[in-house]
Design a protein around this ligand. Structure first.
Ligand code: TTP
Ligand code: MG
Ligand code: MG
Length: 390
């Protein structure tokens, strides 16, 4: 059931607060749903002897990494992406399990099917989470909070797993909210309350600000959303480039990105702004591999197919170039995608100066409902803004 900390409220919004949050427009209703300790919970569901135990899913071997940690394991400090040897040292009783991706994908399809009972506007972010735009309330439940409650109930009933949900008026806040009362929690951030909520949080909670980003911010004296909100746009731009603008908005709880389904997306991509410019070919290739991994995961999650791959480079002086390659047919699988991305980068080496941003976008996507390809050039002119950070 809902966690006692859940900030549930009977009414969704007050008219005065609407105006504050979104200008003249009525606020949207966005839900972010994320499964709790996803891979580990599936293992505990299917193997009852693991219930109540500290469980890590991933490679137990010398160079293995923890993919998922059960909440029992987190008490010991075990976390995703931690080397397995470190995890074992922290928690000697840790039980390791191998990943079973087929099962996780099956559950992922089940929860997406549940989401679609409430709206067609579903944007999966990964196997275990998605944004939903429920502004239209197609099921007639009366409020986004009621929809989120019903989704959590259905997930528990139909998958025997728990999910946490965040309800708010944009994606950035909904995602922060789903994390707020984990596990098995619900949190609602109502219009007018976004700014205060964001400012009370440490910036490392913001989607996409990883440990290195948080460290760089700490060096600049930014620990919380409030610290960030105190900086003016010029200062943010000087330290974070174009990403500074996103940070400025984030610190105020502002996020206008729409929920994009596979059908409405013109392209799928990702990019990364570096804390420190990159120029050495090995560094560039390594950064590219990471972006390939991130972007391919998004493509696979949405089962998207596209013909154009675009590489985006922003140089230290902020000049931006894009280089694209279009095939006569959809790019066929991860290997071809990877090879094309590497070739696009290699053609630019050596770089005339260090870069501060590297991005990849798959464009000219095939639409589900029609065969006609979209106009050429969409990828270069309009990457869908699926940035690493937000
Ligand atoms: P998350 O939703 O980030 O984490 P989680 O579901 O394990 O835990 P919670 O949401 O309750 O905090 O990731 C979903 C799954 O994705 C996770 O179970 C395993 C996988 N994953 C990795 O393989 N590597 C990673 O670094 C992360 C963060 C997740
Ligand atoms: Mg999760
Ligand atoms: Mg997740």
């Amino acid at each position: 059931m809902a966690n006692p900390q859940s900030q549930e409220a009977p009414a969704e919004e007050g008219p005065a607060e609407e105006a504050l949050a979104e200008g003249a427009e009525a606020p949207r209703k966005i839900i972010h749903v994320d499964m709790d300790a996803f891979f580990a919970s599936v293992e505990q569901r299917d193997f009852p002897e693991l219930r109540g135990q500290p469980v890590a899913v991933g490679g137990a071997g010398g160079r293995g990494v923890v993919a998922a940690a059960s909440y029992e394991a987190r008490v010991f400090g075990v976390r995703s992406a931690m080397p397995s040897v470190t995890a074992k040292r922290l928690c000697p009783g840790l039980v390791f399990r191998h990943t079973r991706f087929d099962i996780y994908r099956e559950v992922s399809m089940q929860i997406r099917e549940i989401f679609r009972r409430f709206t067609d506007l579903v944007e999966p972010l990964s196997l275990d989470e998605a944004y939903l735009d429920v502004t239209a309330d197609a099921a007639g439940l009366g409020s986004a909070t009621a929809i989120a409650r019903e989704i959590r109930r259905l997930i528990a009933a139909e998958t025997r797993l728990t999910a946490s949900a965040g309800v708010s008026f944009n994606k950035f806040l909904a995602k922060l909210a789903s994390d707020q009362n984990k596990p098995d929690g619900l949190c609602v951030i109502r219009p007018g309350k976004g700014e205060a909520f964001v400012q009370s949080l440490p910036v490392r909670r913001f989607h996409g600000i990883g440990p290195r980003g948080a460290q760089k911010m700490a060096q600049l004296g930014i620990e919380t959303g409030a610290d960030l909100a105190a900086k003016d746009p010029e200062w943010l731009r000087a330290h974070f480039g174009s990403f500074g603008e996103t940070l400025w908005r984030a610190a105020r709880g502002i996020d206008h990105r729409p929920v994009r389904t596979h059908r409405t997306a013109k392209s799928i991509g990702g990019e990364r702004t570096f804390f420190g410019d990159l120029s050495a070919p090995e560094e560039l290739r390594e950064a590219l591999e990471r972006i390939i991994g991130i972007v391919w995961q998004r493509i696979a999650d949405k089962q998207a197919r596209g013909r154009t791959l675009t590489l985006k480079l922003k140089f230290a002086d902020f000049t931006l170039i894009t280089r694209a390659r279009t095939l006569p047919r959809a790019i066929d699988g991860e290997a071809e995608f990877t090879a094309l991305a590497r070739a696009l980068l290699d053609e630019q080496l050596p770089l005339p100066m260090p870069i501060r941003l590297l991005g990849l976008t798959l464009g000219a996507l095939e639409r589900e409902e029609q065969a006609e390809p979209p106009a050429p050039g969409v990828a270069a002119s309009n990457p869908s803004g699926q940035l690493a950070l937000f």
